[in-house]
Write a protein that binds this ligand. Structure first.
Ligand code: UD1
Ligand code: CA
Length: 454
């Protein structure tokens, strides 16, 4: 049977106290609704239907270019009313999987089980037993254990309030049933809303069994209503990712102090110290070691790279066996070759540094091309910006750049040339030459330092 996806995302999310639509708030760097779409995409290629209301324009902007069907619900009169708006876009022969945009951790295997349970008779429901079911709709079962209806917390009798099995809201229902039942929903209840959950009693009245399915963990069906719950799910999500890395052979000094906000792919025997944050797409080769307190975004670190404490790397490629940090900043469009050393308080931007070269202390290297086996001394600055334009610095193989050098770009230092410490290089240096620009040292005898008057 064809599977249709409907994601409810029209709720206001008042308790987030935010200008951003709730379902765009991130978990692991991805909007909550993005997680829902990703899980659903593992079940079907059919185009998802998103029911939106509050902040719908921002939602549509965010997903511009994605193959989605948008349905507006205005005003929001309950979950049943939301699904009623979607009826015209559901194909009648399909099974409809109803998901919530603010329940981000549902796994594809759980959804598969839910769909399989609905296939024979046309209706299944994801339920969970909670220690504290306050606020949730309760699952009412008969003496044979069959689901008979759902009662919302605000409509429940004192006895029903003791029920701990709750409705997660996630269900799979044949479209033809929804077409029959949704227009018949009534809003005579404690909240004056059209409850999707009333479909359960309608099914049972027609002799259609409603099959309950439980997720592997309660976290999977936990929804986000406020920032506290968002933070809770963030940690749960990070813990899941850490588990997966460790299963794949990555050592984590502390699995609770790692954040992956995107996609991290690791080789064998990678070792990550505490408080490392990965963003975007990052690939770490075999044996990469990352020290504490590093941020690595959209980068590739080849085999054997060592990143020392407090280093930031963005949009860069770090060649095998290179060593970066501590306290280094590697900025976008930087490519380091094999066995390059970048040391403390060094900033490298949009530069290529070839095999075996070293920039070990307190330097700025921007818009530069540095050859092999170059030594860049402490405090070297590429003066790449004239106030209007950026210019390139080229340093050829085997050059030696003495400490406290300024390279005023555009400028080239030839192969094997030596720049003496303290030099301001303003013209190209021929290969093999020594260049020096320094005021000759003078010594003045008998000098008295000024003193403060008493
Ligand atoms: C609903 C269920 C309840 C269940 C709970 C689980 C109903 C009547 N009740 O509660 O049994 O235990 O979810 O979280 O279905 N939404 C819309 N339009 C609306 C109202 C809601 O799109 O008019 C969306 C929200 O954006 C949210 C989801 O539906 O993603 C659930 O809404 P929410 O108000 O959180 O749940 P309840 O209706 O209280
Ligand atoms: Ca909710």
């Amino acid at each position: 049977m064809e599977l249709c996806l409907c994601i409810l995302a029209a709720g206001q999310g008042k308790r987030m106290n935010s200008d951003l639509p709730k379902v765009l708030h991130p978990i692991g760097g991805q909007p909550m609704i993005g997680h829902v779409l990703a899980a659903a995409a593992q079940l079907t290629t059919s185009r998802p239907v998103i029911i939106h209301g509050h902040g719908g324009a921002r939602l549509q902007d965010f997903y511009a270019g994605h193959d989605l069907t948008w349905v507006i619900q205005e005003p929001q009169l309950g979950t049943g009313h939301a699904m009623l708006q979607a009826l015209p876009v559901l194909s009648s022969g399909s099974l409809v999987l109803i998901l919530y945009g603010d329940v981000p951790l549902l796994s594809a295997p759980t959804l598969k089980r839910l769909v399989e349970a609905a296939e024979p008779q046309g209706f299944s429901l994801l339920t969970v037993i909670l220690d504290d079911p306050t606020g949730c709709g309760r699952i009412v079962r008969d003496e044979h254990g069959r689901i008979v209806r759902i009662v919302e917390h605000k409509d429940a009798s004192p006895d029903e309030l003791h029920l701990t099995e709750v409705n997660t809201g996630v269900m799979a229902v044949r479209a033809e049933y929804l077409q029959r039942w949704l227009p018949a929903l009534r809003s005579e209840n404690a909240q004056g809303e059209y409850y999707l959950t009333d479909c359960v009693a309608m099914a049972v009245a027609e002799g259609i069994p409603v099959i309950g399915v439980t997720p592997d963990s309660a976290m999977e069906v936990t929804g986000v209503n406020d920032r506290r719950q968002q933070a809770l799910l963030e940690r749960a999500f990070q813990a899941m990712q850490a588990e997966e890395l460790m299963r794949g052979g990555v050592s984590l000094r502390d699995p609770a102090r790692l954040d992956i906000r995107g996609e991290l792919v690791c080789g064998r025997d990678v070792c990550l110290d505490v408080n490392v944050v990965f963003e975007g797409k990052v690939r770490l080769g075999d044996g990469v070691r990352v020290g504490p307190n590093c941020l690595i975004r959209d980068s590739v670190l080849e085999a054997g790279v060592e990143v020392l404490a407090n280093t930031v790397i963005e949009q860069a490629t770090i060649g095998s066996h290179s060593k970066v940090g501590p306290f280094a900043r590697i900025r976008p469009e930087t490519i380091l070759g094999t066995d390059v050393h970048i040391g403390n308080f060094v900033e490298v931007k949009k530069s290529v540094i070839a095999e075996g070269s070293k920039v070990n202390h307190l330097s700025y290297v921007g818009d530069a091309e540095i050859g092999r086996a170059v030594n860049v001394g402490a405090g070297t600055i590429t003066c790449n910006y004239d106030g209007a334009h950026k210019h390139r610095t080229v340093i050829e193989d085997d050059a030696f750049i003495g400490s406290d050098t300024q390279l005023v770009a555009p400028v080239r230092v030839g192969k094997g040339a030596t720049v003496a410490a303290g030099t301001t290089v303003t013209e190209d240096v021929e290969p093999g030459r020594l260049v020096i620009s320094r005021v000759r040292q003078k010594t003045i005898a008998g000098y008295q330092r000024p003193r403060k008057d008493k």
